[in-house]
Design a protein around this ligand. Structure first.
Ligand SMILES: [Zn+2]
Length: 124
């Protein structure tokens, strides 16, 4: 079975493919709600409808800044929380690039704050 990327006009071959996030409707957890939200955002970005999907629907690595979706469904500030590259137009791609650098700056800032706080705790 060979899968293809569902993004119209993509047609990438020989690149990693990823499933659309799924959630278990019977669960009543925060994770389910987050995954549901994530799935909706993915479909919007990919410009596909729920009825167009089947078990073989995949998205290729070209649509993620890091080449793959981020693992943490709760981290919706992560640029790869949803596919974003090569799905619309180049203006949109530029916005994504900016978000990526903003996100990495935030992570840097957080790790610096963490270091500072542990240093302060050490002093006390
Ligand atoms: Zn693709």
């Amino acid at each position: 079975m060979s899968w293809r990327c569902c993004v119209s006009g993509c047609g990438s071959e020989g690149v990693p493919l990823f499933r659309i996030p799924k959630f278990n409707e019977s669960l009543k957890t925060a994770l389910k709600e987050k995954k549901k939200e994530r799935r909706i955002v993915w479909l919007q970005k990919l410009n596909v409808k729920e009825c167009d999907l089947n078990n073989n629907t995949r998205v290729c690595s070209r649509h993620f800044a890091s080449g793959r979706p981020c693992k943490n469904s709760f981290d919706n500030s992560h640029p790869d929380w949803a596919p974003s590259l090569h799905v619309r137009n180049s203006v949109f791609d530029r916005v994504v690039q900016r978000n990526i650098s903003r996100h990495s700056r935030r992570l840097e800032r957080e790790s610096r704050t963490l270091e500072k706080n542990s240093y302060m705790a050490y002093l006390l």
